[in-house]
Write a protein that binds this ligand. Structure first.
Ligand code: UDP
Length: 480
């Protein structure tokens, strides 16, 4: 009897919920095209929600298998950098032997034909492993085209000056296809040239142009200028333009999300577009003082709100460890009587809310976000306008693109000084919810463009069809 060959795609996300969420959506997209998906997981799962998310996905998607690589203990002081990204790069580098073994065992299975290996950008050291095994390597960039353009251009920026981005400060960087980007808004871990994290990102910038292609969670009409400059090859001199496949927006489709269904019931009872939602990604933490300022600002704004509150970081080291904080004690953290006084119009969720479901709920009229890319796409798909309050990773860049280029968010003052006052919170929430300046209209337009991109014949759908066709071509052995 002829053996059935399973056309397989292997995905390699770096640790962290944001990366995993979009990789899982990518996996689901390809399972619908008849592929078997294997997702390689690097332990530990930093956030408890990650483990339960994997369980939920496994239960409802039989064509997706999670393969857990062995655990490697990496003490936080093993990398001389204050940034957890440096640890991520090092952890992933240390996993090269584990990855090689896993890929080898997958590819040597007689019924498996691996058509593509897709890694996220922290995993750029895996490109050589895939090349060695003769597997087509793609990057999956879980941020937008503007961020991709910046990283493609990083090598050129690096060679054009001896100063670090921190030293350049407010000097605008002139990156093809993007609005002027103050150097200080580059991601925190690459502000200093001598940081190991900087080296990791520079290496990623080099590796980008070696990939077979880059899969991007964005869509043509959201970032036309940045995408055109990439396809014109303006970021990597003396090299052919790298093929970029925009297949987005891919957002979390687990409608119930993880936990906190009570808040959806609460939203059901609120008037349309009346609630401002505040949530700061899977890792965003605020000091107790900042939490109090937000509480006062929300209370004074008079608007309905749904707010995800986490405990402040316990130690200075915590930002590096990316560990979860304990359940917040709301009575101790928030101003006295706040929860009681606002109970008719506000709901505070402890630590986590099913964000994608919240943002697609008709009662939500505004979103105060840390500008993580998944959050941005979820807001666009829900047609929800934003206040941009960046915290970490590439979020300060996203803030510039959201406010200056896409015009889908309003800024908030003080984030760059580490404290946004209650008055500013109040002012921006009022501005967001009053919708002057056509913000909601623009977000609704972007929502409809997103729907069009994903529909049959739309830009993202056509790109997907093209990729699938390429991967389904009869494989000719390289020695043929
Ligand atoms: N998320 C959620 N509930 C929360 C916080 C985050 O469901 O309380 C989800 C959110 O919907 C998004 C992801 O976690 O899909 C966060 O990804 P993003 O890229 O926005 O930010 P990151 O966490 O990577 O900084």
């Amino acid at each position: 009897m002829k053996m059935k060959i399973e056309e397989t795609i292997v995905l390699y996300p770096s640790p962290g919920m944001g990366h995993l969420v979009s990789m899982v959506e990518l996996a689901k997209l390809f399972t619908r095209q008849g592929f078997k998906l294997i997702i390689l997981i690097i332990p530990p799962s930093y956030h408890t929600s990650t483990a339960s998310f994997i369980t939920t996905v496994s239960a409802s998607n039989p064509s997706i298998t999670f393969h857990h690589l062995p655990k490697i203990d990496l003490p936080p002081d093993s990398v001389p950098s204050p940034h957890h990204e440096a640890l991520q790069f090092e952890l992933i580098r240390l996993h090269i032997p584990n990855l090689t073994r896993a890929l080898h065992s997958i590819t040597s299975h007689p019924s498996t034909s691996v058509r593509a290996f897709i890694a996220d950008f922290f995993c750029s050291t895996s490109l050589d492993v895939a090349a060695h095994l003769n597997i087509h390597f793609y990057f999956f960039v879980t941020s937008g085209a503007a961020v991709l353009a910046t990283f493609l251009y990083l090598t050129t920026l690096h060679e054009s000056t001896t100063l670090s981005f921190r030293e350049l400060g407010q000097t605008p960087l002139d990156i093809p296809g993007l609005p002027p980007l103050p150097a200080i808004d580059m991601p925190l871990p690459i502000l200093d040239r001598d940081d190991p994290a900087y080296e990791g990102f520079l290496y990623f910038s080099h590796q980008l142009s070696k990939a077979k292609g880059i899969i991007l969670n964005s869509f043509e009409s959201l970032e036309p200028r940045a995408l055109k400059s990439i396809s014109d090859g303006l970021h990597v001199p003396n090299a052919p333009p790298i093929p970029v496949h925009c297949i987005g927006p891919l957002i979390m489709s687990e409608k119930r999300g993880v936990g906190g269904d009570g808040c959806l019931k609460w939203l059901d009872a609120q008037p349309e577009k009346s609630v401002v939602f505040l949530c700061f990604g899977s890792l965003g933490l605020f000091s107790a003082e900042q939490l109090r300022e937000i509480a006062l600002g929300l209370e004074r704004s008079g608007h309905r709100f749904l707010w995800v509150v986490r405990s402040p970081p316990l130690t200075a080291e915590q930002s590096k460890l990316v560990s979860a904080t304990p359940e917040p004690d709301l009575d101790a953290l928030l101003p006295p009587g706040f929860v009681e006084r606002t109970k008719e119009r506000g709901l505070v969720m402890k630590s986590w809310a099913p964000q994608a479901a919240v943002l697609s709920h008709g009662s939500v009229g505004g979103f105060v976000t840390h500008c993580g890319w998944n959050s941005v796409l979820e807001a666009i798909c829900g047609g929800v306008a934003m206040v941009a309050w960046p915290l970490y990773a590439e979020q300060r860049m996203n803030r510039v693109f959201l406010v200056e280029e896409m015009k889908l968010a309003i800024p908030i003052d003080g984030f760059d000084r580490g404290m946004v006052g209650a008055m500013e919170v109040e002012r921006r929430v009022r501005q967001l919810m009053s919708d002057d300046g056509g913000l909601r209209e623009r977000v609704l337009r972007a929502k409809h463009q997103a729907i069009a991109a994903l529909s049959e014949g739309g830009s993202s759908n056509s790109v997907l069809v093209g990729l699938v066709k390429e991967w389904k071509k009869k494989v000719v052995p390289w020695w043929w």
